[in-house]
Write a protein that binds this ligand. Structure first.
Ligand SMILES: Cc1cc2nc3c(=O)[nH]c(=O)nc-3n(C[C@H](O)[C@H](O)[C@H](O)COP(=O)(O)O)c2cc1C
Ligand code: SF4
Length: 509
């Protein structure tokens, strides 16, 4: 038996998207029925689907997941090849490589595609995936741009060094223009909390309490004002490198907390034609698409991941998303991958010395929903992808719509396709828990699936920028990583295995 139908109720022509509420106790993982090989053979889930110029053999999709396995300079490593090779062994229709930086900015072990030097390593990654999937998996790469974010400083340090003094600060502590800056800073530091809060602007308070974060609305900064001039070319150069490395598709990262999603957001109040109205907000994303397309031509699938709902107060919701979806389809996106939330706006306050993380607040929970929310995470975004797909179809486009969010059973995946709630089913954490799960389903061996618990152990590792692994297999030191293989690769601290144990598939039985 599957769990209760989690699809939100229809209201007017758009479904009502209820806010997420915490459950008093964790929801249990729904019991389910697995298909036998014959039922799986006839399933929509395992039928081919056209994505622009290419065809995926199945409607199964592993979305981007950062594993923190690139080198310090953002290059492909052996551990990264093992990570993607392991997903490829499960032969999903499409595998999307993690958010990959398009700019030359140090970002720790986050993959980068900011220079031609990256092509060689990425080419190895492409070959690894081809080989491990026996050529059955289409490989896409997610291209990301993000703006600088700083660690939270101590109050003392912020007030002594970072705060730019204004007449308002001087007035708040009763010191005039003639008073030395140090005296004003010391007086501010001596204020009680509430008075200090009143003495600072909201933005200054946030910079002090959360760490300074550059926003797309900071048009007083040259590097922010000029984003529309520089980003299309940066995305296009990165896309061309991906094409030369042999990827089948590009996923433009227009979702979550990052630059492009911030342009699409209702919170984007830029007055330079790249914000404020729906037309203004979608302008840069469309310019990026155009520039990418003219650089890579029609041979590569080019689509985007964007938000069906920002899940923040004052943010974009489904009505914005359906409008964007139609514009994207009209502009020639080859696919639309729908996600939800994941914003800085409501992120939890980081500890001093740490940076804010966009998956810690309510919108973060919407992005990676757990069993601790009411009704659980199962099929959480079906209403979003259904409405988006309906709008795209009504406008006369066949653009495939992809959606994720707690899909971990055949019943839910197949029903989502049958009900027209999406064209392709994406599963991130279930695929991490068991990279062979789609394959086991297809072979009628669903009872061997290791089922995700949706408690976000993996996401907590991601948050701390530690190598991502799954609690269900990372202490299993008995079975090898791949077959045939002699050893098990471990994380840098030696405590956890890096990839899921090999599954003795049908070839070896
Ligand atoms: C460890 C981890 C890393 C992730 N990294 C990315 C990423 O690089 N880009 C992205 O768009 N989403 C990322 N996500 C979000 C997933 O792609 C997906 O949207 C989310 O987990 C919800 O889908 P699920 O319920 O199938 O897991 C990540 C999720 C996890 C758990
Ligand atoms: S760590 Fe937990 S939430 Fe993450 S994939 Fe494994 S079981 Fe699922």
């Amino acid at each position: 038996m599957a769990g209760p139908d989690p699809t939100p109720r229809q209201a007017d022509d758009l479904p009502f998207v209820p806010p997420l509420r915490r459950a008093p106790a964790p929801i249990s993982i729904p019991r389910t029925r697995w298909p036998d090989a014959r039922e799986a053979r006839d399933a929509r889930l395992f039928s081919p689907v056209r994505i622009g110029p290419i065809t995926a053999r199945r409607r199964t999709w592993v979305p981007a997941m950062v594993p923190w396995r690139a080198s310090e300079h953002g290059e492909v490593t052996g551990a990264l090849l093992d990570w993607y090779g392991r997903f490829a062994a499960g032969r999903p229709g499409v595998l999307v490589v993690e958010a990959t930086g398009i700019r030359d900015v140090p970002s720790g072990p986050l993959l980068r595609i900011d220079d031609d030097a990256a092509i060689e390593g990425l080419g190895r990654l492409v070959r690894e995936v081809r080989e491990r999937s026996a050529g059955e998996t289409r490989l896409f790469i997610q291209l990301i741009d993000f703006l600088p974010i700083h660690r939270r400083p101590t109050r003392e340090r912020f007030l002594a060094r970072y705060l730019e003094l204004t007449a308002a600060h001087r007035a708040a502590v009763g010191l005039g223009d003639g008073a030395p800056g140090d005296a004003v800073r010391s007086a501010l530091a001596a204020l009680p909390e509430e008075e200090l809060r009143r003495a600072l602007t909201r933005r200054e308070w946030e910079d002090m309490e959360w760490g300074k974060r550059v926003r797309v609305t900071d048009v007083h900064l040259d590097e922010v004002r000029s984003l529309p001039a520089i980003l299309p070319e940066r995305f296009a150069a990165a896309a061309e490198r991906a094409q030369r490395a042999g990827f089948d598709g590009i996923e433009l990262h227009f979702a979550h907390a990052y630059t492009m999603a911030s342009f699409l957001s209702r919170t984007n109040t830029r007055g330079d034609g790249y914000g404020s109205t729906l037309e203004g907000r979608v302008r840069l994303p469309l310019e990026v698409l155009d520039t990418v397309r003219s650089r890579v031509g029609d041979g590569l699938a080019v689509g985007c991941r964007f938000l069906g709902d920002e899940a923040i107060e004052g943010g974009s919701d489904l009505s914005d998303a359906v409008w964007f979806a139609e514009r994207f389809a009209r502009a020639g996106m080859d696919f639309l991958s729908v996600s939800r939330g994941g914003k800085f706006d409501d992120a939890a306050q980081p500890k001093v010395g740490e940076a804010a993380y966009p998956y810690t607040g309510p919108s973060g929970l919407a992005c990676m929903p757990t069993v601790r929310i009411e009704r659980g995470p199962f099929g959480l975004n079906l209403g979003l992808s259904r409405a988006i797909r309906a709008r795209v179809r009504a406008a006369g486009f066949e653009t495939p719509v992809i959606g994720c969010g707690g899909i971990s059973t055949f019943e839910l995946a197949e029903a989502a396709l049958a009900r027209g709630e999406r064209d392709i089913v994406a599963s991130a954490r279930q695929s991490l828990a068991d990279p062979d799960w789609f394959r086991k389903l297809e072979l009628g061996r669903g009872d061997e699936i290791r089922r995700c618990k949706f408690t976000n152990y993996c996401e907590a590792l991601d948050q701390r920028h530690l190598e991502v692994t799954c609690q269900l297999w990372d202490r299993d030191f008995e079975r090898p990583d791949c077959r045939p293989a002699a050893c098990i690769q471990r994380t840098a601290d030696g405590k956890r295995r890096r990839t899921a144990p090999a599954w003795p598939g049908p070839e070896e039985r």
